[in-house]
Design a protein around this ligand. Sequence first.
Ligand code: PLP
Length: 452
Amino acid sequence: MTHAPNLSTADYQRIDAAHHLHPFTDFKALNAERSRVMTRGDGVWIWDTDGNRYLDGMAGLWCTQIGHGRREIADAVHRQMLELEFYNTFFKTTHPRAAELAEVLAELTPEGLNHVFFTGSGSEANDTVFRMVRRYWTLAGKPDKQIIIGRRYGYHGSTVAAAAMGGMAGMHEQAGMVPGVHHITPPYWFDFGGDMSPDEFGIWAARELERAIDELGEGNVAAFIAEPIQGAGGVLIPPETYWPEIRRICAEREILLVVDEVICGFGRTGNWFGSDTYGLKPDLMPIAKGLSSGYLPIGGVMVSDRVCEYLIGDGGEFFHGFTYSGHPASCAAALANLRIMREEKVVERAASEAAPYLQAKWLAFADHPLVGEARMKGLVGALELVPRKPSRRDRFAPVGDVGTIARDISFNNGLVMRAVRDALIISPPLVITREEIDELARRVEKTLDDTH
Ligand code: PLP
């Protein structure tokens, strides 16, 4: 069957509505509205079939660090496709791109993470984590250590174990829960801080981990999994006191620390990894998204020497893996992306130029009548929309309606933002320029005014 290249927008919308079930979507509601049909990208911009241009304030889906449309990546993938489009990495085989990428990742990621298990996505990376931490403790002679502690509003993916470790109530309700997972309060001062100062609350929230370990029994707890900044949960930037206290608890207690860098990794928070930003030493570190800037699907779990001491031991086969673990074309895309990021100093320049410039503009939105809090770290931020200031306790009802309305208004104003509950989220490509940031800020302001 041939691919029809030039249908009208309405025709694309019609066939899409007839046959395509979209992720995280109310299918009926989407069919009533119809999708925008995106066709082209360049830098921070994307275009739809009607020629409308949008500033991509979400970097695709928190991933397009180097921006859209870089030819070098297409060329690298093309070369790889002609040479070896696919081979597996299962049965004592590898290929040059997988080996090269593994070495580059060992070099780039925080000290002690010298091995990678490749996956096709962030969700698969976290399902790998689920199996790997339990395997680790069994090999280490402590098979009772099975429970994984995550956080409410945490997001680790959509596969079954990843969704269980995440703290999205809707996902748990629709598919049931996996046993052996426990959730604690996230460091979300704006919602859960009560009368505490952010710093007091940071300590309190971190000690939830200690309380949970005591309650569940240290001999039963395998790991704590957390994003450095919770992304899909609403860009929850922890108070400064939070991570040092978690570090103390992890050092004193015998549990593994899993730092999910699927969003924070590859420059989002101002350093190569969120772990660098917060001084964390992960035992396991899931990665995806920015690894290839989203050009092709690829993820992985960085595994520490501590875990590998047992994993690469006498325990025999690890019964886990994916057909596309280390897919040659995806590895080629990731290598080309990382080469661009290093040669063009994308992370360093974003941290020293784009981030401070955007932050100044973003934080100033706190003065808008609709904004209860503006927060940003590196190039990821949120605006909490509230009905009445100065109280941060008042919320729109039902929660989520205003956020969704504002997000849709923003799209119509030519800026892609995302809504989580009533927070507007921004996470632009790291290569965004000053002029583009000025444009982004103008569109945010218009969106807030139009929503008000
Ligand atoms: N972990 C985090 C922190 C994420 O934000 C996501 C996706 O947004 C995932 C894991 C899942 O990644 P994927 O959608 O590639 O399966």
